[in-house]
Ligand binder design. Sequence first.
Ligand code: BYC
Length: 318
Amino acid sequence: MEINLEEAFQKRIDEEIKIEPRDWMPEKYRKTLLRQISQHAHSEIVGMLPEGNWITRAPNLRRKVALLAKVQDEAGHGLYLYSAAETLGMTRDEMLAELHSGKAKYSSIFNYPTLTWADMGAIGWLVDGAAIMNQVPLCRASYGPYARAMVRVCKEESFHQRQGYEIMLTLCQGTPEQKAMAQDALNRWWWPSMMMFGPNDDNSPNSAQSTKWKIKRFSNDELRQKFVDVSVPQAEILGITIPDADLKWNEARGHYDFGVINWDEFNQVVAGNGPCNKQRLKARVDAWENGAWVREAAVAYAEKREKRKQNTENTNAA
Ligand code: BYC
């Protein structure tokens, strides 16, 4: 019986029919999605912190409004994604408990510090650029609630990428000091952005199954290559240099070759030993603890309303 269910499930996926929350699914499919979607949600929420750092210091009102809107969008993305993950049978409180205990991962990229205003440009350009590359194919993921959430996320990410690139363009057309600041931000954010796509394909334990289930449509290395190929001409327009001595157009492949990623650094960051891991986690745990009174007040208010509604219904019935 189990075999038939699995076969029917895979057939639906092969036929590009979306899997919905009430459909039968293998336990491992549910777990894989819960892992990926909840980690994605955590990344959006933790991802607000490095940029939130610059809202009060944005150089003018226009930049401040755009950055504020971007950070708010990220909160929204986190909420759509937590809702999609909840349809797989885990509560939001349980997911947050896993983040706060350090059990659940979030993207390595958010464990790096934002040292100058140019970092807001580099994050928008590169981090959101990498995010779009990875997330557009997720709009076609086999699980309906995830795919639908990603459609809206991707539309907003595209605005984020442009606001970042525009900051870079302005700095690169500014004074030599401003251009140097943009170059410095590119130097620090390039390699961590390359790591966002995850380990190389031959070292990616989840890829084979996630590809078969059409959660993943492209491999980690394919997406990383696409990211390099689009970023190089963008850096040329800015007139700044990607910090990779091995970056070179390969006519035969029709792609840019690039240098080797420092996987030791990646593994250290993912293991919790990056420059800002402790600070990021502490900020989230503090926010949760300091927000306890808001949650309690919301529950008390909902209970009061419910009681009032029942009293009115009883009075009307009498
Ligand atoms: N950082 O077998 P693999 C954003 C983990 S949000 C940390 O290839 P998979 C944005 C991976 O989880 C950015 N960990 O895994 C937000 C796995 O460990 P577990 C987040 C990473 O899942 C605000 C192990 O390494 N984007 O863009 O097949 C502002 C082996 O990897 C990382 C998403 O979450 C990493 N970089 O593929 C701006 C997108 N890479 O869980 C921007 C959705 C890998 O088995 N997620 N690991 O213990 C995905 O597309 C996939 O989960 C990944 C990894 C491509 C990231």
